[in-house]
Design a protein. Structure first.
Lengths: 100, 326
C-alpha cells in the first residue's frame, strides 16, 4: 500500500521510494532496507507496477518503477479497506463499558 | 468484479513467471545490479551525512542486510521457488544415480522391460479387440458362429473350429447348404454373405506362385459395402451357376506389385489351379477381406468356382453344392 502510494506521484527507483516514504511519514516510518525489494518484485509480478531501466540523478543505471492502472485500483481498494478497518477499531475503542 | 480482477492477476502472474523463467540470466544480473545500486546510493548518502568512506560502506552493508537472502526472497515473489526446487531435486537425483551405475542400469532395464511388455500387450489387444475392417459401417457387420454339443452332426470341418467345455464344438464355418438356407430366411439381418479363405497355386503374369485367395458369395461386396478402386466387384450374377463365374478381383497390393497400378490389369488372365480367370476389378487400398485386419488375400473369386478349383483336402468337405445334389 505504501509503495503504491509512493509511486503514485511518479516513477521511482527502490532507494528513492524508501526516501519518499520516510519523508511522507514525517521521518517517523523507516522501512527495513532489504525487505523493500521482495515487496516490489511481488507487486510487479502481480501487475500492479511495471519497471524499466533508466538513468538516475547521478547518471547511474537504476530500475524505475511506475504504477499501472491495476495498481491504481488496488491502491484505492486497499485504502478503503484500511479506512474502514480503522473506523471499526476506533468505534470499538470508543465504547464505554456498560454500567450495570 | 472480483473474478475479473483475479483473472487479470493470474494472467499477469503467469506472464511474469514465464518471463522470469525464459530470461533467467538477465533477471539474475538485474537483481544483482539493483541491489548494488541501492548500496551505492546508501553509502554516498551516509558519506554526505559525515561518515568516512569505510564507515559508510560498512554501515550501508549492515543496513541493507544479506543480499543473498533478499535475492532469494525476490525470486520467491516471482514464483520461482518451486521451479528452482524441482530443478535442484532433479539435479540431485541425477548426481545420485550417476554415483551408483549398477543400480541405475538395473532400474532402467526393468522399466524398459515393463514398458515394452505393456506396449506389446496393448498393441495385441488393440488388434484383437478394437481394430475394425476398412469398410463403411464396420460396426454393423457381424460374423456368425454356431455352437453344437457332443451330438453335433458336422463331422469333418474344413476350417477353424474349437471345442467347447462339455464335448461340444463351435465354429464360424458353415456348410454351404446351410448358408443358402439361412440367406433365404435372413431373420432380421439385412444381408448374409459368405466367404472362405484358402491358399492355392496361381500364375500371375507368367510367374507361378502360391497365393492366398478368398472365395466369396455374389453378395459379398454388396454386404460389406466395399467398392473396387478400378473395375467392378463380384456380383450375384457371377455366383449364380456352379462351375461358372471365372472372374477375379485382385487386392490393391497385388495390383501395385505385379501390375504397377496400371488400368491395363483389367482383362488380364490369372491361372488358378489350372482354371483361367479374368481380372475384373481391384480392391480399395486398405481392404483386407473379412477374416482379419492384417493381411489381404491376393485374389477374390466367386464361390461358385469352388468345385473347379480342386482344393486339396483330406476328407470330403461339407461344402457340397446343392444343385448337384451332393
Amino acid at each position: 500500500m505504501l509503495i503504491l502510494k509512493a509511486v503514485s506521484l511518479g516513477p521511482l527507483h527502490g532507494y528513492g521510494m524508501l526516501l519518499r516514504i520516510r519523508q511522507n511519514s514525517g521521518e517517523e516510518l523507516v522501512i527495513q532496507q532489504g525487505s523493500l525489494y521482495p515487496a516490489l518484485y511481488r507487486l510487479e509480478h502481480q501487475g500492479a507496477i511495471t519497471s524499466e531501466w533508466g538513468d538516475s540523478e547521478k547518471n547511474r543505471r537504476a530500475k524505475y518503477y511506475r504504477r499501472t492502472k491495476v495498481g491504481r485500483k488496488r491502491l484505492q481498494a486497499e485504502t478503503e479497506k484500511w479506512n474502514k478497518m480503522a473506523g471499526i477499531i476506533a468505534g470499538i475503542l470508543r465504547t464505554t463499558p456498560e454500567s450495570t | 468484479m472480483k473474478l475479473r480482477e483475479d483473472a487479470l492477476r493470474w494472467n499477469a502472474e503467469f506472464r511474469s513467471w514465464i518471463r522470469a523463467v525464459t530470461h533467467r540470466g538477465r533477471l539474475e544480473s538485474d537483481m544483482e545490479a539493483e541491489l548494488e545500486n541501492h548500496l551505492e546510493q546508501l553509502t554516498s548518502d551516509l558519506i554526505r551525512a559525515g561518515h568516512s568512506a569505510q564507515e559508510a560502506a560498512r554501515r550501508a552493508r549492515i543496513a541493507l542486510g544479506p543480499a543473498l537472502m533478499h535475492k532469494e526472497e525476490m525470486r520467491a515473489s516471482l514464483g520461482l521457488r518451486w521451479f528452482d526446487q524441482i530443478g535442484g531435486d532433479v539435479r540431485y537425483a541425477v548426481r545420485m544415480l550417476r554415483k551408483s551405475p549398477g543400480f541405475t542400469v538395473i532400474a532402467v532395464f526393468s522399466l524398459a522391460l515393463a514398458i515394452g511388455a505393456n506396449t506389446a500387450i496393448f498393441s495385441l489387444a488393440k488388434f484383437l479387440l478394437y481394430d475394425r475392417l476398412e469398410i463403411p459401417h464396420p460396426e454393423g457387420l457381424k460374423l456368425l458362429r454356431w455352437t453344437g454339443d457332443a451330438k453335433v452332426v458336422a463331422q469333418s470341418l474344413w476350417g477353424d473350429f474349437d471345442n467347447t467345455p462339455g464335448g461340444g464344438t463351435t465354429s464360424s464355418v458353415f456348410p454351404y447348404p446351410i448358408y443358402r438356407e439361412m440367406s433365404l430366411h435372413p431373420a432380421g439381418m439385412q444381408s448374409l454373405a459368405g466367404f472362405k479363405e484358402e491358399s492355392m497355386n496361381a500364375t500371375v503374369r507368367g510367374t507361378a506362385r502360391s497365393v492366398n485367395l478368398a472365395m466369396v458369395t455374389g453378395n459379398y461386396y454388396d454386404t460389406l459395402e466395399v467398392h473396387p478402386e478400378v473395375g467392378r466387384a463380384i456380383q450375384p450374377s457371377d455366383d449364380a451357376v456352379s462351375g461358372l463365374g471365372d472372374v477375379a478381383v485382385i487386392s490393391n497390393s497385388l495390383w501395385s506389385r505385379e501390375f504397377g497400378r496400371s488400368p491395363a490389369a483389367l482383362g488380364q488372365t490369372i491361372t488358378l489351379n489350372e482354371e483361367k480367370l479374368t481380372i475384373i476389378g481391384v480392391n480399395p487400398p486398405r481392404f483386407t477381406g473379412a477374416k482379419n485386419v492384417l493381411e489381404s488375400p491376393d485374389l477374390f473369386v466367386p464361390i461358385s468356382l469352388e468345385p473347379l478349383l480342386k482344393v486339396q483336402r483330406a476328407k470330403r468337405s461339407d461344402l457340397a453344392n446343392p444343385t448337384s445334389g451332393g
